[in-house]
Design a protein around this ligand. Structure first.
Ligand code: ACO
Length: 493
């Protein structure tokens, strides 16, 4: 027997039994609830989708109370320990871990697609010297759709595979070129002998050396950070990817939109805010004072990198990142802000304000410190997030496309504007040719001559210099260009 929810509409006294599946009722089942026959039917109102499931998904599982994050059933801690980003991306995209042969083939495919077309490089060169790398990144991803028109075949499995290979492979190259562009250095070609993250470091940091040797600790640390950021179910950018993709546009255009959502400070930009906060605090002795200010609500300060909409315990990614930070600092030297971060965490985790609200460090609390120690400017932080999240976005996009229940995303609204009212015409003369300016409804009576009206009144000898006398007008003749029609249209006053 299916579970049901019985709803009584107190407006009519009618009762409705609505099926419950997976602890959820279908919003469309509420449509039958009407106060009158011509009533549209009941809807749910859920700004920011606080309590609405928009899809069924088999990709990522989060238990926010217990601090659990699984990709296709595998705990994030285990993947971070023993997997690498490309294997994890395969798992997220295709549902199972690859066999050794499949992993090798997948790695080879990705390696084959790392280069960018020269046109795309020229496109990137067109950005101003101080363009934000995330702006360059998302525009360039969108521009890839113009180079790959075959990507429109979204219901062709082979085509989808090809675009997935291209995107996973090219996003690090785009990210690295965006970084090099923003610091005025020439782009470095991919080196396909290196690992995914080793090559990324090569494209970012190689100077004049013939062969770049990435530091293995830093390459591994980046790899782990990429694993941790690869997917996080229906967050803002992933929902954007699904929403745009539901219009059946190509994946490059959809991914550009997802990256734009990630660009926002409430999503991909929080680790930058953590660094700003740590810099503002300045020294470890000022931590208690800052905590006091946060708790009082004075100055609207929050403890950035703390708290999460879903996690009500320690974010499992933050635990891994804290360990990785120690590893990275053995190579780069300790980030001086680390002491402040550790003291903030120590005090906050003992303080009733944070404990009672279940506020724990999230993924952003330590990641900015690592990125900064590795030499990344803060502007690169959202770009570093977008590279691995590409796997999650694409997996969620494909899942949405193949889900027979999904259609173009189109939420409803509660209209709060004016009831129907009539428009009072200002003057219709702007819509009619001057010859009809006496038409009913033309109230202003004024008329300013257009360019051609003025030219028509010039002596014919002067007119001959701009148009061939005696020849019929062609599409390219000046009088047929938009805005120069021989018909005398009155212009806007
Ligand atoms: N510092 C101090 N107090 C906080 C914090 C914080 N970081 N986060 C939440 N609170 C308090 C709120 O003031 C509120 O207190 P109240 O009940 O007395 O009013 C209570 O905790 C609940 O907070 P909400 O804002 O309702 O929680 P919500 O789930 O909407 O917000 C969010 C989650 C946005 C992440 C929030 O915790 C926050 O702003 N954190 C700091 C920013 C941050 O680190 N963002 C990164 C998130 S991870 C990611 O996106 C990749």
């Amino acid at each position: 027997m299916t579970d049901t929810l019985t709803i009584t509409d107190n407006r009519t006294g009618k009762k409705y039994d609505v099926p419950i599946t997976d602890g959820t009722i279908r919003a469309m089942d509420l449509r039958q609830i009407k106060a009158a026959p011509d009533d549209f039917g009941m809807m749910t109102y859920d700004p920011a989708f606080m309590n609405t499931a928009n899809c069924r998904s088999a990709i990522t599982y989060i238990d926010g109370d217990k601090g659990v994050l699984l990709y296709r059933g595998y705990p994030i801690e285990q993947l971070a320990e023993d997997s690498d980003y490309l294997e994890t991306a395969y798992l997220i995209l295709f549902g199972e871990l690859p066999t050794t042969d499949r992993l090798n083939a997948w790695t080879r495919e990705i390696t084959l697609h790392t280069m960018l077309h020269e046109n795309i490089k020229k496109f990137m060169e067109g950005f101003r010297y101080d363009a934000h790398p995330m702006g360059i990144f998302l525009s360039t991803v969108g521009a890839l759709s113009t180079l790959n028109p075959d990507a429109k075949n979204i219901f062709d499995k082979q085509s989808r595979r090809l675009q997935i290979h291209r995107l996973i492979a090219k996003v690090p190259t785009i990210a690295a070129y965006a970084f090099r562009h923003s610091i005025g250095r020439p782009y470095n070609q991919p080196d396909n002998d290196l690992t995914f993250t080793g090559n990324f470091l090569n494209m970012l940091f190689r100077m004049t050396e013939l062969k770049y040797q990435p530091n293995p600790v830093l390459a591994r640390a980046l790899d782990v950070l990429f694993i941790l950021h690869a997917d996080h179910e229906q967050n803002c950018s992933t929902s954007t990817m699904r929403n745009i993709g539901s219009s059946q546009v190509d994946p490059y255009s959809a991914l550009a939109g997802a990256a734009a959502a990630l660009y926002g400070p409430l999503h991909g930009g929080a680790n930058e805010a953590v660094l700003r906060m740590l810099n503002e605090i300045g020294t470890i002795t000022k931590v208690p004072e800052f905590i006091k200010k946060v708790k009082s609500g004075e100055g609207k300060d929050r403890l950035m990198g703390f708290g999460h909409r879903v996690y009500k315990s320690y974010d499992p990614r933050a635990k891994v990142i804290k360990k990785i930070a120690e590893l990275v600092f053995t190579v780069t030297g300790k980030n001086p802000l680390l002491e402040i971060a550790l003291e903030l965490e120590r005090i906050a985790l003992q303080d009733d304000y944070f404990v009672s609200r279940k506020l724990y460090p999230n993924v952003d609390f330590y990641s900015g410190l690592i990125y900064q120690a590795m030499g990344f400017p803060v502007e690169m932080f959202p770009v570093l997030f977008a590279i691995p999240r590409t796997a999650g976005w694409l997996a969620q996009w494909e899942e949405m496309l193949l889900d027979p229940e999904q259609k173009i995303a189109r939420p409803r609204q509660i209209y709060t504007g004016h009831a129907k009212r009539d428009y009072t015409a200002r003057c219709r003369c702007r819509w009619y040719p001057s010859s009809t300016r006496a038409a009913p409804g033309n109230t202003c009576g004024s008329w300013s001559p257009s360019v051609l009206d003025r030219r028509a009144r010039r002596p014919s000898s002067r007119r001959a210099s701009t148009s061939k006398i005696g020849s019929p007008p062609t599409a390219s003749s000046p009088r047929n260009r938009p805005g120069t029609s021989r018909r005398r249209w009155t212009r806007f006053a």
